[in-house]
Design a protein around this ligand. Structure first.
Ligand code: ZN
Length: 423
C-alpha cells in the first residue's frame, strides 16, 4: 500500500503538471457567442437530437460542476444565466480562469464558421506558452479546387494546378515553425478505410491524370464550369479524399526536417455526419503501415473504439493515441473506462491528452477539471494496487499531459509545475 505522502505526490502531479493541449479549436469572438448553443459543450448532437442531451450524464455532471464554480443554483437555467452574464462582465478574466492549467494549445483552425472565431494566437493572452497551428487539409484542398476549377477550362490543367499548389502549401507548412502538424477529417467525409494509393507517392504528378482520383476531380470541374463554385459543396469522394491524404503523407515522409510533423486523424466520436461503422481507427491500419516514418495521432480516444486505438498505438512506432474530447463529452464512468482501456495495452509514452475545446472557454475548464478527477481515480487505483510505484505514476501523468506532446510536436518547452487554483 502506498503511504500518504506517495498518494499526495501523485495527486500533486495530477493537479500541477502543466498541460500541452495537443488538439483543440479556436474560441468564438465575444459578439458571436450566442450563435452556438451552450448545450453543445457536452454533446456533439445537433438539431432535434440536441435537447435530449439535458438527460445525459455528461450534461448533468457539467451542470453541477459549473454551478459550483459560478456559485449559482444547480440547474441548467441558472448556469446558462450566469455564463451569459460572464460575457458582459470581465470576459478576459473568465476566459483566463477557464484556461487555467493549460500551458499551450495546438489549434486546428480549419473549422466551418471561422469568421465568428478568434485566431489561434488569441490563446497566447491566456496561457504561459505560445499556441501553435495544426493545418486541416480538407478546407485547403476545397479552396484550391474552387480557385483553379473556376479559372481553368481543362480539368487536367486544374487538377495539376491543385496538386502543385497543395504540395507547395504543405511543403511551406512543413518549414513554418508556427505549424506543428496537420489534420485530416477524412473520417467525416468518406470514412477511415482510405483506399490504397493509385500511384507511388514519389512520382505523383502528371501521370495521375488517368486514374480514378482524376475522374472524380473531372466531375467536380465539370459542375463548377457549368454552374459556378457554389455547385461544389465539399470534398467527399473516397478516391479523391484518399488521394490528398496520401499526398500529405508522402510530403511528410519525403521532408528532411526531423522530427517529422505528425498527421492528426479524427477517429471515433463525432456528430451524425460520421458513418460510425467507418470511424474505428482500425480501418487506418493499412495506411499506417504504408508510411512507417510518418507520425500519426489518432484523436478522441477513438471512442467507442478505444481498445482498437490502444492496439494500434502499441503495435506501430508511428502511431500515438489522443484521449481527448471524451472529457467532457462522456460520463465519469465512461472517462474512467477510456483511461483504463487505453492503458491496458498501450505504453504511456504513446498517449496524449487534449481538451478538444472549441468555441466556449468552459469546454476547456470542464475538460481539465474532469480529467484531473478521473486521473486521480484511475491512476490512484493503480498506485493503491501496487501496479505502479509513485515515480512511475508521476512519469505517466507527466507524459500524458506534457512530455509526450512536447516531444512529438517538437515544442521544446520546459515543464514548470505550479499548483493550479482550479481543483
Ligand atoms: Zn477537434
Amino acid at each position: 500500500m502506498p503511504n500518504r505522502a506517495e498518494q499526495e505526490a501523485l495527486r500533486a502531479a495530477i493537479y500541477s503538471t502543466p498541460i500541452i493541449d495537443n488538439h483543440a479549436h479556436p474560441l468564438l469572438k465575444r459578439e458571436h457567442l450566442s450563435k452556438h448553443a451552450l448545450l453543445t459543450m457536452t454533446s456533439e448532437a445537433h438539431g432535434d437530437a440536441l435537447p435530449s442531451t439535458k438527460t445525459s450524464l455528461a450534461h448533468v455532471r457539467a451542470v453541477k460542476q459549473l454551478s459550483r464554480i459560478l456559485g449559482c443554483e444547480r440547474t441548467w437555467g441558472a448556469v446558462e444565466k450566469q455564463l451569459e452574464s460572464k460575457r458582459g462582465a470581465d470576459w478576459a478574466a473568465w476566459t483566463r480562469t477557464c484556461l487555467q492549467g493549460i500551458e499551450c494549445v495546438l489549434v486546428d483552425d480549419g473549422l466551418d464558421g471561422m469568421d465568428s472565431a478568434e485566431s489561434y494566437q488569441h490563446f497566447d493572452a491566456f496561457t504561459p506558452g505560445k499556441s501553435k497551428r495544426i493545418v486541416r487539409i480538407e478546407p485547403l484542398v476545397e479552396e484550391l479546387i474552387r480557385l483553379h476549377c473556376s479559372r481553368m477550362d481543362q480539368a487536367k490543367d486544374a487538377f495539376i494546378a491543385v496538386l502543385l499548389d497543395f504540395q507547395g502549401t504543405i511543403r511551406a507548412a512543413l518549414r513554418d515553425t508556427e505549424v506543428v502538424g496537420f489534420k485530416s477529417v477524412i473520417c467525416y467525409r468518406t470514412g477511415l478505410d482510405i483506399i490504397a494509393g493509385e500511384h507511388s507517392p514519389d512520382v505523383v504528378g502528371i501521370m495521375t491524370t488517368t486514374g480514378p482520383a482524376f475522374k472524380a476531380f473531372a466531375r467536380i470541374h465539370a459542375s463548377i464550369v457549368a454552374a459556378g463554385v457554389q455547385a461544389f459543396k465539399r470534398l467527399e469522394h473516397p478516391r479523391l479524399n484518399g488521394y490528398y491524404v496520401h499526398l500529405l503523407a508522402a510530403c511528410i515522409r519525403n521532408s528532411e526536417t526531423e522530427p517529422k510533423k505528425p498527421i492528426q486523424f479524427h477517429t471515433g466520436l463525432g456528430d451524425n455526419d460520421i458513418q460510425l461503422t467507418k470511424a474505428s481507427p482500425a480501418h487506418l491500419q493499412n495506411f499506417i503501415k504504408s508510411y512507417p516514418s510518418v507520425p500519426m495521432v489518432l484523436l478522441h480516444a477513438g471512442y467507442p473504439y478505444t481498445r482498437e486505438l490502444g492496439y494500434l498505438a502499441a503495435m506501430y512506432g508511428n502511431v500515438y493515441a489522443d484521449i481527448g474530447e471524451v472529457f467532457p463529452m462522456v460520463s465519469r464512468a465512461g472517462q474512467e473506462h477510456v483511461v483504463s482501456q487505453i492503458l491496458e495495452l498501450c505504453p504511456w509514452e504513446k498517449i496524449m491528452w487534449s481538451t478538444d475545446g472549441h468555441w466556449f472557454p468552459e469546454t476547456y475548464l470542464l475538460a481539465v477539471m474532469q480529467m484531473r478527477e478521473v486521473f486521480a481515480a484511475v491512476v490512484g487505483d493503480m498506485l493503491s494496487q501496487g501496479d505502479i510505484d509513485v515515480e512511475e505514476g508521476v512519469r505517466l501523468v507527466g507524459g500524458l499531459l506534457f512530455s509526450n506532446a512536447n516531444r512529438l510536436y517538437n515544442l521544446r518547452l520546459t515543464m514548470n509545475k505550479s499548483l493550479s487554483a482550479c481543483s
